[in-house]
Design a protein around this ligand. Structure first.
Ligand SMILES: *Cc1c(COP(=O)(O)O)cnc(C)c1O
Length: 403
């Protein structure tokens, strides 16, 4: 790799060549230059954060076709704030004592097959997840994992929300779940953190009936890593704002922006809420707004074409390495971006898949390939976060390690 001096050299921290896609632990995606510029501009003036969040709310609402929006410190924080809003609504007393939920409807119903490591975020403000359905999809019984009637049956007076993880394969359809929930006056929270592109998804889940939808600002939108978007119902977003903004001010001069917080609905000034530990700075809010504007204007077809061409180029580069079988996967409807799946035959190559992955990670710069399938002697090479030059470098390093 040609030596480009970076701030990480000054800090003596090794950089990473990312051939595994947008993963938080290796810093997600590269922020758009224009978003970084906007953050620098934002850092030069003071602003009332509630005024800025109100403007962000309008812009997120426009982008998502929701009534309102809010910028959070990540999709995970968006889920925590969504759950907090569903637990407390406009009740200042409940806001002030979360995560203590005694006497509050605090159950979040969730199909078992939607549960994932990030649902801890839903429990953070004190909710309990009630998971339903079965994990059975191997017995050939035609089981659908979770049936709509099971969701309906799980709703009780203790239900605060239904949570839904949006993936191309999740069942039952979101519209069905929203219909059941709304029949019982229960809101639906959707985790759509990584479901962009396509850009249409920004509005799709709201249009299908979701009350609150969480997106990551640091994945395909390429805003600051520590940002997310929550889009949805105006009253619930108002509750989010009350529990997130630092508003603990003298009652006599309390004057929050009227479109974000309606003071008539509140008996007093909200205290520091559960969201106070998930604060978002002006720089992050502005950076996210700028990145979102650019994401909306982007030619997503063109990006996909470039990624898929790069995946083919990677596959061709790896094709003649002894002891390595490669194939392209994805590039279709369910998985828009193609990536290379490589199988190591350790009898013919110099090492096995696990040791290859380990050794690449220890290089300077570190080289990260996808390591989710090592038990099948497979690793993956993803084109999304590589330049063409880095793609060739990754192929060279894999070849050198296996030979
Ligand atoms: C990435 C991801 C999150 C977390 O997003 P952050 O913006 O990093 O907080 C939550 N849920 C799912 C399904 C994700 O893929």
């Amino acid at each position: 790799m040609p030596d480009k001096a970076t701030i990480y050299d000054d800090l003596e921290v090794p950089t990473v060549i990312n051939a595994t896609g947008t993963k938080t632990r290796i810093s997600g995606s590269l922020m758009r230059e224009e978003a970084a510029d906007a953050m620098r501009d934002a850092s030069r003036s003071f602003v009332r954060i509630s005024d800025l969040q109100q403007r962000a709310s309008e812009l997120v609402a426009e982008a998502t076709s929701a009534d309102a929006g809010y910028v959070t410190s990540g999709a995970s924080a968006a889920l925590s704030m969504a759950a907090a809003a569903c637990l407390s609504g406009d009740d200042l007393e409940v806001m002030a004592r979360l995560p203590d939920t005694e006497g509050v409807a605090d159950e979040i119903v969730m199909p078992r097959t939607h549960r994932n490591g990030y649902d801890h975020a839903l429990r953070l403000p004190g909710a309990t997840i009630v998971d339903i359905g079965t994990n059975d999809h191997h017995l050939g019984t035609g089981s659908e994992n979770v049936e709509p009637w099971e969701i309906e049956a799980a709703i009780t007076n203790d239900t605060a929300a239904i949570a839904y993880m949006e993936k191309p394969y999740t069942q039952p359809p979101l519209e069905t779940v929203c219909e059941i929930a709304h029949d019982h006056d229960v809101p639906v929270i959707v985790d759509a953190a990584a479901e962009l592109p396509p850009a249409e998804n920004l509005s799709r889940f709201v249009e299908q009936g979701a009350d609150l939808v969480a997106f990551s600002g640091g994945k395909a939108i390429r805003g600051p890593q520590s940002t997310g978007i929550l889009a949805g119902d105006e009253e619930l977003i108002r509750s989010v704002a009350c529990q997130h903004l630092d508003m603990h001010a003298a009652d006599a001069v309390y004057d929050p922006p009227a479109d974000l917080i309606t003071t008539d609905e509140l008996p007093g000034v909200p205290r520091q809420g559960i969201g106070r530990s998930m604060k978002v700075g002006k720089e992050e809010i502005v950076g996210l707004i700028r990145a979102l504007e650019l994401f909306l204007k982007e030619d997503h077809g063109d990006c996909l074409r470039k990624w898929n061409e790069r995946a083919e180029h990677l596959a061709a580069g790896l094709a003649d390495i002894t002891g390595l079988e490669t194939q392209l996967e994805g590039g279709d409807k369910t998985d828009a971006v193609a990536q290379v799946v490589a199988t190591v035959d350790s009898d013919r190559a110099a090492t096995d898949a696990t040791r290859l992955v380990e050794s690449l990670r220890r290089e300077t710069p570190r080289v990260f390939v996808g390591a989710d399938r090592l038990d099948a002697e497979e690793f993956t090479v993803n084109p999304m976060c590589l330049t063409d030059e880095e793609a060739d470098y990754v192929v060279d390093r894999i070849r050198a390690t296996l030979s």
